[in-house]
Design a protein around this ligand. Structure first.
Ligand code: ATP
Ligand code: FE
Length: 356
């Protein structure tokens, strides 16, 4: 099976070709990503209108590049998979329209993929992970624990009640005058700082369960910055590094403790090959990866995190999710809809009256 995948739900335009022969491990034949960071740099965040226009302009080139690099033609493909949500509606629409055009022109089946399923199925693409595994999905817009039981079967154990951690990294970067996206720049600063100088809150640790809250943490960083600026007239390099280190340490501590709880719930089901996987942009963070690995080892579960290019948005994960859905018999028509909101777990998807 050979699948072309398209991704355009946020600020990366991406296309990729993934192939799986029989039950062998799937192989990424190409994965092209055009980032839009520079386009949004002056605005301090992603501007939806600019993003949508850039996706519309770049998708064709992206698809052509991905197919050329994979050395395949449309005749070699079995289906076209596209992110149909959740995300910025203009971007998602650009991708869906492009995929529909390709499907109509070639007669290839169309498969709408949930962007979160793309992230959540990444350990199957990279490690051939067996069901059920525990997924911690941590990205720019999401933060949740899911038990992955099948490519359309996810049970949510908990998640953030306000901001996602990626959003918190981005906001802290903005507060401290560091470049976007904030994750990599805050991580680099944190590596030079002292995590013990500022003691930021660990929200919801005192409450039972696997829910998170990150918005208070960002506010705490803002207050501390303002206090230092009022006192000394500005931030030194050391102040900035220490604030980043303290913030990152708080995020790591919270993710570690909640993961420990989620792993216990998962382990109580008695999985035969217990595996915990992390995915999404924030899973690129080395401090987070290292700490989660330690927690999982202590609980008797294996741990896996994607290679860095597969942590942040890419189309290989969308093509791969499309491949699993194709095997499961999923086919969409030219009436496929772009869905700005599309929860992954069954219970929530049911409540919105949709979700396959
Ligand atoms: P979603 O997947 O929830 O729709 P998204 O697609 O915008 O959101 P991703 O591309 O998966 O998000 O992740 C981007 C986020 O990951 C950004 O908020 C970015 O700051 C964060 N991020 C990237 N690298 C790191 C890092 N090394 N440490 C922490 N955060 C990081
Ligand atoms: Fe994403």
């Amino acid at each position: 099976l050979t699948i072309l995948g398209l991704e355009s739900s946020c600020d990366d335009t991406a296309a990729a070709v993934v192939r799986q022969a029989g039950d062998a491990r799937a192989e990424i034949l190409s994965s092209v990503v055009f980032g839009q960071t520079e386009l949004h740099a002056a605005f301090g965040g992603v501007v939806p209108e600019i993003a949508a226009r850039a996706h519309a302009e770049k998708l064709d080139v992206c698809v052509a590049d991905a197919m050329a690099q994979a050395d395949v033609g449309f005749g070699d493909l079995d289906a076209i998979a596209v992110t149909a949500g959740p995300g910025l509606i203009g971007g998602v629409l650009s991708g869906v329209m492009c995929a529909k055009g390709l499907s109509a022109a070639t007669g290839l089946p169309l498969i709408g993929v949930n962007h979160l399923a793309g992230h959540a199925l990444t350990p199957r693409l990279t490690d051939g992970a067996a069901w059920p595994y525990l997924m911690l999905l941590v990205s720019g817009g999401h933060c949740q624990f899911l038990i992955a039981r099948g490519c359309q079967d996810f049970t949510r154990l908990g998640g953030t009640i306000d901001d996602a951690p990626g959003e918190a990294f981005d906001k802290v970067a903005r507060i401290l005058g560091l470049p976007q996206p904030g994750g990599p720049s805050v991580e680099a600063e944190a590596a030079k700082g002292d995590p013990a100088r500022f003691r930021f809150p660990r929200p919801l640790l005192d409450r039972e369960g696997c829910d998170f809250s990150f918005s208070g943490l960002k506010t705490a960083v803002l207050r501390e910055r303002d206090r230092i600026v009022a006192e000394k007239g500005g931030l030194t390099r050391a102040d900035r590094a220490d604030l980043c280190a303290g913030f990152q340490q708080a995020v790591v501590d919270v993710l570690a403790e909640k993961t420990r709880r989620a792993v216990r719930i998962y382990m109580a089901e008695g999985p035969s090959r217990p595996l915990v996987a992390v995915a999404g942009g924030v899973s690129a963070n080395k401090a987070i990866r290292a700490r989660l690995e330690t927690v999982c080892a202590a609980e008797g579960a294996s741990f896996t995190a994607p290679p860095l290019p597969l942590c942040t948005d890419n189309a290989a994960m969308i093509a791969y999710a499309g491949l699993e859905l194709f095997r499961a018999g999923v086919r969409d028509g030219l009436d496929l809809m772009a869905r700005p909101r599309w929860p992954l777990d069954r219970a929530a998807a049911g409540m919105l009256g949709g979700g396959k």
